[in-house]
Design a protein around this ligand. Sequence first.
Ligand SMILES: [Zn+2]
Length: 264
Amino acid sequence: MNGKVRKIYPYLYSIKDLTNVFCYLIVGEKRAVLFDTGNGMVDLPAVIKKITDKPVTVILGHAHADHANGAYQFNEVFLHEKDFKLCKLHTSPPFRKGIIKSFEEENFVFPESFDADEFAKAGAGSVKALDTSQKLDLGSLTVEIIEMPAHTAGSIGVLIKEKKVLLDSDSANDHCWMFLEESLTLGEYIKMLKRTYKYDFNTFFIGHSDEAKPKTDMLKYINAAQNATMENSQVYNYVLEQLKPRIYSENGASIVFNERTLVK
Ligand SMILES: [Zn+2]
């Protein structure tokens, strides 16, 4: 169902998009934070209104279309400046039209309120530079921004300090796309994961599943990225074949890379 809400903890909700994309709503005593905005085909403000009437700050984990295209539904959203150019591309009319076409081909059922023409020209919305040094006081909950560049240069995570929970969008996951033109190298990915691991959290949530993951899964991601080579990997012909992606998997962690990003 579009816009399906799951209460994960009393202070944390996931909202599922049309496809397997999840946004998260963190609700403190005074304020809330929406992390990521999905493909933008679900009426997120209406969904949020049913959960809380507190003021909401919207933060994007990175600029890819499946996380940023709902940004136009809000008065302002915050994104790492290093993803601004990517955001412009992914929220542009041709890109949005391409998404609608691919969803139609896969027979996704659009919400009743969905207007394809409006969606195509919705743009990025009011995107502002995210101050990564800030700590947001939501009232009994503090949200800290963690810079997690690798999947894209402007990828971030948000740490809910009191609960030791990290939300990381696509920054680190068990099937990480590190072959895109905007991706940094596997060396940068490994360094970023090691840095992130030092933060005080026990659990994290990614952008394409709302299952709680133990912090130690990040060690599996580090190992997979460290051990991947051209020789032990396979051709990944699922998307963007022109970038010649390859996949390497071990111990439940997959890394998708190419010759350019295989620099450690
Ligand atoms: Zn992404």
